[in-house]
Design a protein around this ligand. Structure first.
Ligand code: NAI
Ligand code: MG
Length: 372
């Protein structure tokens, strides 16, 4: 198996620049343990660059990234740059240009982390949000008419294609087949009368290919309530771009902190590089203080290892996160401690070097390696 990897690193803005170095430190430790070599190539594509050059990334940005084995991204976003500029100037072109149509966001309540739910216990919250990542509500089809008049009119179209729905739904079922064999669909086919009944129809169609998998569907409004009241009901939750986005912030919030949540933007066919980034943003409110939780970024690194085919290294990294959290070790303020980003990163890197390597069949398999 291949052991040397070229990784494109885009730290981005705010705490992205603080958590990415910690994740690299941990991945280097995993590399030493498992015989993997990483070549990190840094790209200074960010809102700061935008403020100087007017571009989030160069015109040939995608071509520059095309040949890498994976992309490792921190976060982009800056108070002086409108959020739609940063998102549409960097993340969305990469997700779409590279057909990263799966946004996989595991949610797990880790030992040592306090959930805001009164009766949460590790094991009760353990599911994956599978978010459609290429189409849906996040489209650039629409416009304004009669601007700055009383007749001002704004239209934004949602786009749901048969190919787009079927491939994300199929991925969700394949993932569930390696987990608790249950898929929940997020819908809103009562209020949104064209696209959502279509989504339900494709869900029913794809479900027929997987007779051994239980299914449920809920409208997004009550589904958010069930996330809080009955998180143990869920295994794989599949949703459109918007619904998946909302559910994948709510999920980590009930599991204790948005700062621990990882994500993978996957091109499952491997025609293009996939991209790994935490769920959280650039957190301008705490940027520059060195107190951001690096776990979301580090766990995203574990998902990258799994995607590159190193399931055991990935499982060890996940176990190292758990072992660093479980004891009296350093914790960042968002999870009730007073440690710095670097102290927590260092504790996890140390753990990667010395904990027992989990047996893959008895250990939890890293999410990403299950579905391919
Ligand atoms: P955010 O995730 O940056 O922050 C939300 C809250 O969670 C803040 O109070 C923040 O301090 C806290 N938080 C987030 N990550 C944390 C961590 N690792 N450790 C400790 N606390 C953490 O979301 P927000 O405030 O909505 O967005 C801020 C900027 O980030 C905006 O410009 C937004 O567009 C951008 N953004 C970028 C994303 C990306 O690059 N993928 C994703 C989400 C937001
Ligand atoms: Mg989001």
């Amino acid at each position: 198996m291949k052991s040397g990897y070229n990784i494109a690193v885009i730290p981005g803005d705010g705490i992205g620049r603080e958590v990415v170095p910690e994740a690299i430190r941990v991945l280097e430790a995993a590399g030493r343990r498992f015989g993997l070599q990483f070549q990190w190539k840094f790209f200074d594509w960010s809102c700061e660059t935008y403020l100087q050059t007017g571009k989030m990334m160069p015109t040939d940005g995608l071509q520059q990234l095309r040949t890498f084995d994976a992309i490792f991204l921190g976060a982009v976003g800056h108070p002086e740059v409108p959020d739609h500029v940063s998102l549409w100037g960097l993340l969305i072109p990469i997700r779409r240009g590279f057909q990263q149509y799966v946004n996989l966001r595991p949610v797990r309540h880790l030992p040592g982390i306090v959930s805001p739910l009164r009766d949460a216990a590790p094991g009760r919250i353990d599911f994956c949000v599978v978010r459609e990542n290429n189409e849906g509500e996040y489209s650039n089809i629409g416009g304004r008419l009669f601007e700055n008049t009383d007749a001002e009119l704004v239209v934004q179209e949602s786009v749901f294609t048969r190919r787009g729905c079927d491939r994300i739904l199929r991925y969700a079922f394949q993932l569930a087949a390696t987990r608790k064999r249950h898929v929940t669909s997020a819908t809103k086919s009562n209020g949104i009368v064209f696209t959502m009944p279509y989504w339900d129809e494709r869900f029913a169609h794809v479900a027929k290919e997987f007779p051994g998998i239980r299914t449920d569907e809920y409208h997004i409004d009550i589904l958010t309530a069930h996330f809080v009241r009955h998180p143990e009901w869920f295994d794989v939750v599949v949703g459109s771009n918007l619904f998946g986005d909302i559910l994948s912030d709510l999920g980590p919030a009930i599991a204790g902190s948005i700062g621990i949540a990882p994500s993978a933007n996957l091109n499952p066919e491997g025609e293009f590089p996939s991209m790994f980034e935490p769920v959280h943003g650039s957190a301008p409110d705490i940027a520059g203080q060195g107190i951001a939780n690096p776990i979301g970024q580090i766990w995203s690194g574990a998902m990258m290892l799994a995607h590159l085919g190193h399931a055991q290294a990935a499982a060890t990294l996940e176990r190292a996160i758990e072992s660093a959290l479980a004891g009296e070790g350093p914790k960042t303020p968002d999870i009730g401690g007073s440690a710095s980003t670097a102290e927590l990163g260092d504790a996890i890197a140390q753990a990667v070097g010395k904990i027992a390597v989990p047996e893959l069949d008895s250990a939890r398999r890293p999410e990403e390696s299950r579905a391919t």
